[in-house]
Write a protein of this length. Structure first.
Length: 171
């Protein structure tokens, strides 16, 4: 069933449709948050909070928005709330990388990339994760982050350069 149909049914109280939405997007939202925070326990809690907020905001959801983009924007807001509540610290759990990338990187390389990502400012880290881990287009990232496309491109460019600089000594 398509997202639009599931959302429509969920709006009318169909709990199974809501469960299907959660099953369809849970891992992707979890991985996005995990890559931002580097902490699996916090990522799990925040992911649950994202779907709770989605359920609460369901009546206001506009079907012209892509569901995935809408959920990722909630994830960014929930992650930002987490940062405000907790002092920011670098956490030691490994960042998850897509299966293809995992085959080509050893654990030391994954740890270096995770460490480098966590050193970036939030705005740059967000656009890099959305672009390269979630394979979103600049236009979609712009909608999710509520920034202009030129701002997204600028943050992406600066973040990539900063990552290259951080990883220069390692590679």
């Amino acid at each position: 069933m398509r997202d639009r149909e599931l959302v429509q049914q969920a709006k009318y109280g169909d709990k199974e449709a809501l469960s299907q939405i959660v099953r369809r997007y849970y891992n992707e939202i979890y991985l996005f948050i995990y890559r931002r925070l580097g902490d699996s326990y916090s990522a799990e809690d925040i992911t649950q909070e994202v779907f709770l907020k989605f359920t609460q905001c369901l009546p206001q959801y506009k079907e012209k928005d892509k569901l995935k983009s809408y959920l990722l924007s909630i994830a960014i807001n929930c992650s930002n709330d987490y940062y405000r509540k907790a002092k920011r610290e670098v956490l030691s759990e490994e960042i998850e990388i897509t299966e293809e990338a995992e085959n080509s990187f050893d654990s030391d390389m994954r740890e270096c990339i995770k460490s480098a990502l966590l050193q970036l400012p939030d705005e740059q880290r967000n656009v890099i994760i959305l672009r390269y881990y979630h394979d979103l287009k600049i236009r979609e990232i712009s909608r999710i982050t509520s920034c202009s496309q030129s701002t997204v491109k600028s943050r992406l460019y600066r973040g990539e350069n900063q990552l290259k600089e951080i990883l220069k000594g390692v590679l």
